[in-house]
Design a protein around this ligand. Structure first.
Ligand SMILES: C[S@@+](CC[C@H](N)C(=O)[O-])C[C@H]1O[C@@H](n2cnc3c(N)ncnc32)[C@H](O)[C@@H]1O
Length: 212
């Protein structure tokens, strides 16, 4: 505990330095993100990494006690990955499919032990390969779904839900006002969160489940 005359812990040079490092890393990610957006606008589909508030809300759907691995789609620079691992999930229990080779290299460096697979999330069987586990606790997606045709989104949802127990969630953030994947299958339900205003742009978290 700090006594009178001592600097408060929040003001120590070490804390100031580590805060500076966090701000620097965040800025570097934003620059990386913008660079990728310019090179592949449809695939990146966002002007900045997801906010920590949105990411934590998405990760809150993980049931650590299930003992099952988690599947992340489109991790980018790792904003949602950070929140997923922040729940206490062991890195070995995280599988993530990312299209960009450059993002995959960055993620492997940043989150040792987690399984980053370079591939197409719209072709999960091929991207996960034979070494991947047959079932997951939940799927958490940062894909820019609205940039893809409706049929492709619907197919992705069915394929992802096939990897989960009935009732377990496919979690997706979206900037839109309507569900990012329109529902035509009566066995699937969807719920939405409040708007997260601090996200750039504001977003909501949508949760799809196959009825148990
Ligand atoms: C909107 S960014 C989100 C990044 C990160 N999850 C976040 O929330 O900050 C979308 C990410 O999805 C990846 N992506 C786009 N299409 C993909 C696909 N078909 N398969 C796998 N990843 C894809 C992009 O490369 C990018 O990293």
């Amino acid at each position: 505990m700090a006594t009178e005359g001592e600097p408060l812990p929040l003001q120590t040079p070490a804390v100031r330095k580590s805060r500076k490092a966090v701000v620097k890393a965040r800025f570097a990610d934003e620059v990386r993100f913008l660079g990728s957006l310019l090179r592949a606008p449809r695939s990146v589909g966002a002007i900045a990494p997801t906010s920590s508030e949105t990411a934590m809300l998405m990760a809150s759907h993980i049931d650590l006690d299930s003992g099952l691995p988690v599947l992340e789609l489109g991790p980018g620079t790792g904003a949602i990955t950070t929140a997923i691992l922040g729940t206490g999930l062991a890195p070995l229990r995280l599988y993530a499919v990312e299209y960009s080779a450059a993002f995959c290299r960055l993620l492997r460096d940043r989150f040792p032990g987690a399984n980053f697979l370079q591939g197409d999330a719209f072709d999960l069987p091929a991207s996960l390969g034979e070494a991947a586990p047959p079932a997951f606790d939940c799927v958490i997606s940062g894909l820019p779904l609205l940039n893809f045709p409706k049929e492709k989104r619907a197919h992705l949802l069915q394929t992802a839900l096939d990897l989960l127990e009935p009732g377990r969630p496919f979690v997706q953030f979206s900037y839109g006002i309507i569900p990012p994947i329109p529902l035509s299958d009566p066995s699937i339900t969807v719920t939405k969160s409040r708007w997260i205003i601090r996200n750039v742009p504001p977003a909501r978290v949508w949760v799809y489940r196959r009825k148990a």
